[in-house]
Design a protein around this ligand. Structure first.
Ligand code: UD1
Length: 421
C-alpha cells in the first residue's frame, strides 16, 4: 500500500489547474446509458472513482476509450443489467446506474452500497421515488432488484431530504419514463445542473434547471441523442487547493474554475481574514494578516459544502481563536478529528458540532491514517503546515477523487512524496 510523506512548513506559491469534477463526471457517465449514440466527453478527471464507474459500464457491455482526459463511450450494445457487489462495494456512487438501467431495460439488479465511513448514507429516497414511478423494488441477498415491465410512469416526486445522487438518479429515470415527472425539493448542486443541461442538449424536455423543482417530459423509452461536452471544474478540488494556500498563508491561484460555484467557500475565506481576487476562470487567495476563527455550517448548495468541512477544520487549527463547525448533512463525518488530534490540534466534539481551538504553528508531523476522501485531504493540508514529517497512510481514499495530488502540490512548492509501505 502507498503512503504520502510530507515535509511541512514549506512556502507555497504559483498556480494550479483544477481538474474536471468527479461528482459531475459520475452521473454524466451513468447517463450515457440513456444514449443512442457514441459520446465524446472532455475534462474527465483521471481518478479511481471514474475508472471504477467506467469498469462497471464496461461490465454492462459498454465500449469505451480513454485518452488523457477524454472519454469516448458507446452504450448501444449494453447486454447486462446487474451491477455486482465487487464493484459497488468500492464506490457508493455506483447506485447512479439504477435509474438509467431501469428506465432503459425495465429491470436491473444493483448491489446495495452498504456501509460507508461517513455514516449510514441510505438510498431509501432513490427507491421510494422509483416505486412512485411504478417500479417494483425488492431487496434480496444484498441486491436491489428493480422491475417495471410496462416502463416507468412519470410522477410527482417530493424528496423528504435534498439528495444529490437521489435527484440525479430520478432525473435519469424520468428521462425515459412515460409522461411528465415533477421533482420537488430537488438538489441544485452544479453537478446536478450539468447533468440536466447535458440531457436537455440531448433532446430531453426538462424545465426548472438549477431550481428545486424540475419538470421532465419522459420520452417513453426513446433513447436520447447526446452531444459532445466537457465536465465542469471540480469545485471541491478547487476549494482544497485554496485551503492549501490559506493554511500556509501564501498567495496561490487556481485556474480553470467557475468562481461562482465557490461563492460560499470564498465567503468563508474572507471571514477568516484572507483576500480573494476573482477573474473569469480563476481565483487567487492572498495571505491574511491574522487567520481569524469562523462559524461553519454545512448545508446543501449554494450553502457551505460538507465536502469542504474537513479541509476547513484543518485550516481552523491555524486560526487565532475558536472555530465552531456544525456538520448538518452526515453523521460520523468527523473521522479526521482523531488524526488531527494526534498532530497536536485542539478539537472537541459534541454530537454534530466540532469546536476547534486554533493556534498557529501548533501541529507536529506524525503517522496518520486517511479514513475517507475529504478527511484525507484535511490530513494533507495539516501536513503542509506541521513541523517535521507527516506520513499519511491508506491514501487510496485520496486517489478516488484527487487527480495527481502530489504532482500538483509539488509544482506549488510542497515537499510531498509517495512511497510504498
Ligand atoms: C453526494 C456527493 C457527496 C456529497 C453529498 C452531499 C456524489 C457522488 N457524492 O453524495 O460527495 O458529500 O452529495 O453534498 O455526488 N439521504 C437519505 N436517503 C437517501 C439519500 C440520502 O437519508 O436515499 C440522506 C443522506 O444520508 C444525507 C443527505 O440525505 O444525510 C444528503 O445525502 P446525498 O445528497 O444523497 O449525498 P450523496 O448523493 O450520497
Amino acid at each position: 500500500m502507498n503512503y504520502l510523506n510530507i515535509k511541512g512548513q514549506k512556502q507555497l506559491n504559483g498556480s494550479v489547474k483544477i481538474s474536471g469534477a468527479k461528482n459531475a463526471a459520475l452521473p454524466l457517465l451513468a447517463s450515457t446509458i440513456l444514449s443512442q449514440n457514441e459520446i465524446n466527453i472532455g475534462n474527465v478527471p483521471d481518478v479511481v472513482d471514474i475508472n471504477t464507474l467506467l469498469k462497471l459500464l464496461g461490465k454492462l457491455g459498454a465500449s469505451y476509450d480513454r485518452y488523457n482526459n477524454h472519454v469516448k463511450i458507446n452504450t448501444s450494445n449494453l447486454n447486462e443489467t446487474k451491477a455486482t457487489y465487487d464493484i459497488v462495494k468500492t464506490m457508493r456512487a455506483s447506485i447512479l446506474v439504477l435509474g438509467p438501467l431501469l428506465a432503459r431495460f425495465g429491470h436491473c439488479e444493483v448491489s446495495l452500497p452498504g456501509g460507508c465511513a461517513i455514516g449510514q448514507r441510505p438510498v431509501d429516497l432513490h427507491l421510494k421515488a422509483l416505486e412512485q414511478m411504478g417500479a417494483k423494488i425488492e431487496i434480496k441477498n444484498g441486491y436491489i432488484l428493480a422491475t417495471c415491465p410496462e416502463g416507468l410512469q412519470g410522477s410527482t416526486i417530493v424528496f423528504d431530504k435534498v439528495t444529490v445522487t437521489g435527484t440525479e438518479n430520478i432525473v435519469m429515470a424520468a428521462a425515459l419514463a412515460k409522461g411528465t415527472s415533477i421533482i420537488i425539493n430537488a438538489a441544485k448542486e452544479p453537478e446536478v445542473v450539468q447533468l440536466c443541461e447535458v440531457l436537455k442538449d440531448a433532446g430531453l424536455d426538462i424545465k426548472g434547471i438549477g431550481t428545486d423543482t424540475l419538470a421532465i417530459v419522459g420520452t417513453n423509452k426513446k433513447l436520447l441523442n447526446f452531444k459532445e461536452f466537457d465536465i465542469i471544474p471540480d469545485r471541491i478540488e478547487a476549494g482544497t487547493y485554496l485551503c492549501a494556500g490559506a493554511i500556509t498563508n501564501t498567495k496561490l491561484t487556481i485556474e480553470n474554475v467557475i468562481p461562482m460555484h465557490l461563492d460560499a467557500v470564498l465567503a468563508k475565506f474572507r471571514e477568516m481574514g484572507f483576500s480573494i481576487q476573482k477573474d473569469t476562470n480563476s481565483v487567487t487567495i492572498l495571505p491574511a494578516d491574522e487567520i481569524k476563527p469562523a462559524h461553519i455550517v454545512t448545508t446543501e448548495y449554494p450553502g457551505f459544502p460538507t465536502d469542504m468541512q474537513a479541509q476547513f477544520m484543518a485550516l481552523a487549527t491555524q486560526a487565532n481563536g475558536v472555530t465552531i463547525i456544525d456538520e448538518r448533512l452526515f453523521e460520523n463525518r468527523y473521522m479526521h478529528v482523531s488524526e488531527l488530534l494526534r498532530m497536536g490540534a485542539d478539537i472537541s466534539l459534541s454530537g454534530n458540532t466540532a469546536t476547534v481551538s486554533g493556534k498557529p504553528n501548533t501541529l507536529n508531523g506524525t503517522d496518520v491514517m486517511a479514513t475517507d476522501l475529504r478527511a484525507s485531504s484535511a490530513l494533507v493540508l495539516a501536513g503542509l503546515v506541521a513541523r517535521g514529517e507527516t506520513k499519511i497512510h491508506r491514501i487510496y481514499h485520496l486517489d478516488r477523487g484527487y487527480e495527481n495530488l502530489e504532482g500538483k502540490l509539488s509544482s506549488l512548492g510542497a515537499n510531498i512524496q509517495r512511497f510504498n509501505e
